[in-house]
Design a protein around this ligand. Sequence first.
Ligand code: IPE
Ligand code: IPE
Ligand code: MG
Length: 247
Amino acid sequence: MTDDPGREPYAEGKVPRHVAIIMDGNGRWARRRGLPRHAGHRQGMKAVREAVEGARLAGVEILTLFAFSTENWQRPAIEVSALMSLLKHYAEQEQKELRAKGVEVRVLGELDRIDGAARAAVDRIVQATAGGQHLRLNLMISYGGREELLRAFRDIAEKLAEGVLKLEDVNEECVESHLFTSGLPDPDLLIRTSGELRLSNFMLWQLAYTEIHTTAVLWPDFTRDDFAGAVREYQRRDRRFGRVNAG
Ligand code: IPE
Ligand code: IPE
Ligand code: MG
């Protein structure tokens, strides 16, 4: 696929431009070791590094990671605060390296709900990595697919009422441009770890024609090789988008 010797050898075929991951299984990873759930989340940060590296090596343009859902706010307060402090920690610790690697970080979701310290750290990493050319990394935090659509519909309704938009302007492009992911192509590949077979309210609009790869690997054990394996499997898929193949 590429002549860069540092890269994983991929079969001839398209590398997915946009890969999204539902990072799942931290709690089970910890429980199997008799550790508290937050230990699984901490270990999960290593897997985030692996995924970023895997994406870079494959030549993926956009990596979108589901880190915290709207529904996750309903977890015990102690777990929520452990996750928020890990987010802060990640943003502080990774900033330099991500910037050096040309990774542009964006954080998408209902960010007003994130506490002050984590929010400030997130704003700093976004600023510090702005303009990175090699990989766009979307961290989906306090994100829910239905909430994202509702926000879009409300914005559009407001613009209709104000006369800024006309009914005939409301098409797929219009809805797309009101999502957090405005301007980005839809994910080509969705990976979900830990063997669960559901979307859990993730990117409901954007995943309409995404290829899905599930693996039993728990998120803290996920490596760049697992990422490469998912990409290789993707390359064998036949994407038809509802049509029939010429050959
Ligand atoms: C994924 O791991 C991380 C988040 C959802 C924040 P989980 O915490 O869901 O781990 P399991 O599914 O309980 O094993
Ligand atoms: C989905 O995982 C959310 C994230 C990975 C951030 P969950 O563990 O919250 O999803 P369910 O509860 O198994 O559907
Ligand atoms: Mg889970």
